[in-house]
Design a protein around this ligand. Structure first.
Ligand code: GSH
Length: 250
């Protein structure tokens, strides 16, 4: 059976899981949806509302971290995203957990703070790789969808400013961890810590090598471009861009 991967294509949690699928060479069919319109297909799977969702041979995985573990189980120890060594594994899990809980939501709030005031960009970013009728609904119902998303994710200028600060604090900690010249956050090869950091930061970095996020540099407001440039310029931003260029694209 070919696995089914249900997503919001531009979602950063979805690219975290997609990265693991692609890296393992697993065949899957992706069903991409516009946010909110993903609920219909998502809710059919164990009643979850969030994506990514992976429908696989053995059942359904409804969380990006569960998907990484599921894929790891198919790989030899030296290719796994979670190292077998208990000490390294604990470090990877600690980073990954922090990125899932703090980085992902902060990135999302700052990105939507910029996108929700720019309908053409929002339609291009969120409509790409989704069914045409969903793009039409997104265009026609944009004010309603934008209002629901703003409310659902508590997006206000003040909250976006707090999330921006949180992003910079996380980027500073990642930069400090890399300051000794290491190429990966834990150990000497790619782990779930690196994948989670790069993927969950990706909407604020727009890295080359991202399979679904293609935004021309001149798109978006000056404020959005300034936020992206500031994060890209940091050591952690450069690290994530390198991971997309060298590891994700491969
Ligand atoms: N802990 C989940 C979080 C996933 C998540 O927050 N997904 C967002 C997309 S970025 C979502 O589906 N939001 C839609 C909603 O909450 O209705 C995971 O790692 O998979």
């Amino acid at each position: 059976m070919t696995w089914t991967f249900i997503t919001i294509p531009a979602s950063h949690y979805c690219d975290k899981a997609r990265w693991a699928l692609d890296r393992a060479g697993i065949a899957y069919v992706e069903h991409g949806h516009v946010p909110l319109l993903h609920w219909r297909e998502a809710l059919k799977q164990r009643g979850t509302r969030t994506v990514p969702i992976l429908v696989h041979d053995g059942g359904v995985a409804t969380d990006s971290t569960d998907i990484l573990h599921l894929i790891d189980a198919q790989l030899p120890a030296e290719r796994r995203l979670f190292p077998v060594d208990p000490e390294l594994r604990a470090q990877v899990e600690a980073w990954e957990d922090r990125f899932d809980k703090s980085l992902g939501p902060a990135t999302r709030r700052v990105v939507y703070h910029h996108l929700l005031i720019d309908k053409p960009l929002m339609v291009d970013v969120l409509g790409a790789n989704t069914p045409p009728h969903e793009v039409t609904i997104l265009k026609v119902c944009f004010p309603l969808i934008a209002r629901l998303m703003r409310r659902g994710m508590n997006i206000t200028p003040q909250k976006a400013a707090q999330s921006r600060e949180k992003l910079h604090a996380i980027f500073a900690d990642v930069g400090a961890a890399l300051a000794d010249g290491r190429r990966y956050l834990v150990g000497d090869r790619l782990t779930a810590a690196d994948v989670a950091f790069a993927a969950l930061a990706s909407p604020m970095l727009l890295p080359d090598g991202h399979p679904k996020l293609h935004v021309a540099p001149e798109r978006g407001s000056a404020a959005m471009q300034a936020d992206i440039a500031a994060l890209r310029a940091t050591p952690a931003g450069q690290f994530a861009l390198r991971l997309y260029r060298e590891e994700r694209a491969a």
